[in-house]
Write a protein that binds this ligand. Structure first.
Ligand code: G6P
Length: 608
């Protein structure tokens, strides 16, 4: 994780760097720092804590002169958050400054070597080794030096580098961590992600693995690891800076929840033509779809939860076996690869290290890979054989909402497409499903209107210590997400259980007043879940139930009921998630926590 920025141009660099870092704070926020070159010296300022402390320390950057600089916002991996471990890091005589996103895996070995050569280290970071290595190899040619360092380090990195001896240049390089370059009329910029440069430009170069960038204030050159110059074309970013601003909402999470109706409809609409599902970007003919024998669905976090949901939908509707894997497990579990298998990698950022590694692992074994990705041009989008974008727009809050909702939609569309091609669902069924699909944005909007009621309920549970989420089938899948939403932003311990499983141990934790959230939207499992609700109720639980409109007898057992409008049974997760997101949000808000930036977390997890 971590965010890096860099600027070289006509304006004072520090305020521009701080602005850019603010847009990247979602990537990490335990410390921040900038280094600016004023033509004579490289001046640095670093601080533990949120970016605003650094901004205050430098009066919004005003106190740091110079028009070339680099900046960093950190999510600690090696060495605790501290001023000393904050980036930028330097060589001994402070003539080289570097910011880094990623992990240098062989840093211990390299550190020892550099120490043996007389280098002293000031921080506990893996990054500092890069600063010293750059110093060690530098003989006046920065490009050559960078390639030498690239040959020595193992792991992932996006680096921004300034050399005092090359006052009019800024260097950057990447391997397995994201890096973009923005070309603007006030100078050139580097960043980990597009929002950091959008104020100044929409012309962006996506840097590929092992590409090196050398920029002056009005020129940008790209090189490969053999120092050969490369031709690259910029892409034009279509979305607006407003999309990455709070726009009057107290938190990004609330804004993004409210963007769900639009995001869902943007993800559905382009894929429905004359009542049929058409997914051109799938790049597979109906005949090829019919040949698929098995699907791997691989992801992390909430994206993984969408895969758990998708298994039920694909297997039920398209009658095709699905294996769901956490990317961090898949990449090392040596799965048995068979012919005619498709791997679907799901990721909002398109940069999650484990998901990217799982993608490569699958591809290496000849498995065709489809990415369901939100960030256009991200690594997973580029490396997958085909990519289906979720049109959620930029998501800033660490706890995902709209990306999750659009991922669900992508799964439904794919499952319907597979069912259409494989003949496991007739035309009438698909037509009915399309109708229900199109109703989802309006229904989500309606559920969001319940927010005051849910806030009131949430406020009663601010001091609670444990919450259990229960459900069967698809309701189990949504319980996993509801539980994660709550725990990640409210710091309340919560767990999700398949409702029938609770009695095999966990029910012993239920006592007078324990909050249990039971989801019961699957009509064929409804009665079974009702019995499980009864079991916890008998042991003193306070039950909040989420069920379909009309299931009023649940009120005899549950203490508080949220009704969902009617939809196709495969789509209920898209509706059930809304009250669960609101619940997590309002508990966090009520506890006075930073909803968008929960402790210890980061949005883009580019380390293993
Ligand atoms: C982090 C985020 C989650 C996200 C997960 C996977 O943990 O906080 O919201 O689901 O990473 O990220 P991805 O970008 O691959 O969807």
């Amino acid at each position: 994780m971590c965010g890096i920025v860099g600027y070289i141009g006509e304006k004072q660099a520090a305020p521009i760097l701080l602005e850019g870092l603010e847009k990247l704070e979602y990537r990490g926020y335990d410390s921040a720092g900038i280094a600016v070159f004023d033509g004579t010296e490289i001046h640095a300022k670093k601080s533990m804590g949120r970016l605003k402390i650094l901004s205050e320390l430098t009066h919004g950057g005003e106190t740091l002169p110079g028009t070339t600089g680099i900046g960093h916002t950190r999510w600690a991996t090696h060495g605790a958050p501290s001023d000393m471990n904050a980036h930028p890091h330097f060589n001994q005589d402070k003539t080289i400054a570097v910011v880094h996103n990623g992990i240098i895996e062989n840093y211990m070995k390299l550190k020892k070597k550099m120490q043996d050569k007389g280098y002293t280290f000031k921080s506990e970071t893996d990054t500092e080794v890069i600063a010293h290595l750059l110093d060690y190899y530098y003989k006046g040619d920065a490009l050559e030096t960078i390639t030498k360092v690239m040959h020595r380090v193992e792991g992932s990195y996006a680096l921004g580098i300034i050399f005092k001896s090359e006052p009019d240049k800024l260097y950057a390089v990447r391997k397995d961590s994201p890096l973009i370059v923005g070309k603007s009329n006030i100078g050139n910029l580097i960043a980990s992600d597009v929002p950091a440069v959008l104020k100044y430009t929409r012309d962006v170069y996506f840097i590929e693995n092992e590409e090196i960038v050398c920029m002056t204030k009005d020129d940008i050159q790209f090189y490969n690891i053999d120092e050969e110059e490369l031709e690259k074309q910029p892409a034009t970013i279509e979305w607006d800076i407003d999309a990455a601003e709070k726009g009057g909402y107290e938190y990004f999470m609330l804004k993004e929840m409210y963007e769900q109706p639009q995001a869902v409809s943007d993800t559905i609409n382009p894929r429905i033509k004359e009542g049929k599902i058409v997914i051109d970007e799938l790049g597979m003919s109906d005949e090829e779809i019919r040949q698929i024998r098995k699907i791997y669905m691989i992801a992390c976090g909430s994206a993984y939860h969408t895969c758990v949901s998708a298994k039920y939908v694909f297997e039920g509707l398209a009658r095709i076996p699905v294996e769901v894997d956490l990317a961090s497990e898949f990449r090392y579990r040596h799965p048995i690869y068979e012919e005619n298998t498709l791997a679907i990698i799901v990721s909002q950022s398109g940069e999650t290290a484990d998901s990217l590694a799982a993608l490569r692992e699958a591809k290496e074994h000849g498995v065709r890979v489809l990415g369901i990705v939100n960030v256009v041009g991200s690594s997973i989008a580029r490396e997958a054989d085909n990519v289906m974008y979720t049109w959620a727009g930029p998501e800033i809050a660490v706890a995902t909402t709209k990306a999750y909702s659009t991922q669900l939609i992508a799964h439904y569309l794919l499952a319907m497409k597979f069912a259409q091609a494989r003949g496991t669902a007739d035309e009438k069924t698909i037509t009915e499903m399309v109708k229900d699909l199109k109703k989802l944005p309006g229904q989500i909007e309606m559920l969001l209107e319940n927010k005051k009621k849910i806030q009131k309920f949430a406020n009663r549970y601010l001091a609670t210590e444990h919450v259990f989420f229960l459900g069967r089938g698809l309701d189990y899948a949504i319980s996993l997400e509801g539980s994660l939403k709550l725990k990640e932003i409210s710091y309340i311990h919560s767990e999700a259980y398949a409702a029938g499983e609770l009695k095999h141990g966990t029910i012993s934790l239920i006592e007078e007043g324990t909050l249990v959230v039971a989801v019961a939207t699957q009509e064929e499992l409804y009665k079974k879940t009702l019995s499980n609700i009864q079991e916890v109720k008998t042991r003193g639980a306070f039950v909040m139930a989420v069920t379909n409109v009309g299931n009023t007898e649940i009120e005899k057992t549950a203490d508080y009921v949220i009704y969902l409008p009617k939809t196709n049974p495969y789509f209920t997760n898209s509706l059930a998630v809304i009250p669960l997101q609101l619940f997590g949000y309002y508990v966090s808000l009520g506890k006075g926590l930073d909803v968008d930036k929960p402790r210890n977390l980061a949005k883009s997890v580019t380390v293993e």
